[in-house]
Design a protein around this ligand. Structure first.
Ligand code: PAF
Length: 257
């Protein structure tokens, strides 16, 4: 596995590589959800680049940024084992040389729903870094998890709106055998907290009316950040042991899973 240690190297790769280049951007803290994205990228491309970049501008608080699990050594081992060709670890000072970003992407639609409302500025930060990474590397395909539903939708819209040439590939949510959506933040849960995360996933897909779900979550001391229905899906963000988890289910599957 080759390490792209500067922005210039990544730009040069994008400019000169003649095969099909697949790209999986990440914040690090890799898990089996990322593995699914990477495995698909490896099947569909000649070479795969994974970026590990803890993008400071998408965190709404310093505390959240600092508590994000940083596992660089483990991530590098994980990527090598999967057979990833190149890992890109840009420095914050390369991506944001003037400390603060000088330009940001500000999405206009959906500001009043889901994570866009609950975490103001978060998705602008995500779109900004994704645009920068895609413009630098110019991959043929970039892979994103369907778990981050609104993030994925806005990335698709941005790519379309700015005429980017990268095809965005949506990869279905990967779950543990108990049904919990894989997330870097799961590693911060105690065994008790994980049991609650299992219950959260179960209730989300089994309780048919949203007010009943709200009552159930409250009765199990699961703190609700939001519980909303849009795009024919039910979405929830909750806090378990202070760890924020998000998940969603298609409305027509609720009760049948
Ligand atoms: O979903 C993520 O891991 C991040 O939001 C992304 C897309 C890598 C941007 O930092």
């Amino acid at each position: 596995m080759i390490k792209l240690s500067s922005l210039a190297e990544a730009i040069e790769l994008g400019r000169t590589y003649s095969g099909s280049l697949g790209f999986v951007p990440s914040l690090g803290g890799l898990h089996q959800g990322h593995q699914k994205l990477i495995e698909q990228a490896l099947v569909e491309n000649d070479e795969v680049v994974v970026s590990l970049f803890l993008n400071p501008i998408q965190f709404d608080s310093k505390k959240d940024l600092e508590s994000y699990p940083g596992t660089l050594e483990a991530d590098l081992k994980f990527l090598k084992k999967l057979g990833v060709h190149k890992v890109w670890t840009p420095g914050v000072d390369e991506i944001y040389p003037k400390t603060k970003p000088q330009f940001i992407v500000q999405h206009q639609e959906y500001r009043e729903i889901l994570c866009a409302k609950a975490r103001p500025g978060h998705l602008d930060g995500v779109l900004t870094i994704v645009l920068k990474l895609l413009l630098a590397l110019k991959p043929n395909k970039a892979y994103f998890g369907e778990k981050d539903f609104l993030q994925l939708r806005l990335i698709e819209d941005m790519v379309h709106d700015f005429y980017l040439q990268t095809e965005i590939i949506e990869v279905p949510t990967h779950r543990t055998k108990e049904g919990v959506a894989y997330s870097t933040r799961n590693s911060k849960l105690s065994p008790e907290g994980y049991k609650k995360a299992v219950l959260f996933a179960e209730l989300l897909r089994s309780v048919s009316d949203i007010s009943g779900l709200e009552k159930e979550l409250i009765s199990h001391n699961i703190e609700i950040d939001y519980l909303e229905e849009h795009f024919k899906n039910r979405f929830a963000a909750v806090f378990i042991e202070g760890v924020r988890l998000i998940d969603h289910q298609e409305l027509n599957q609720i009760g049948s899973l």
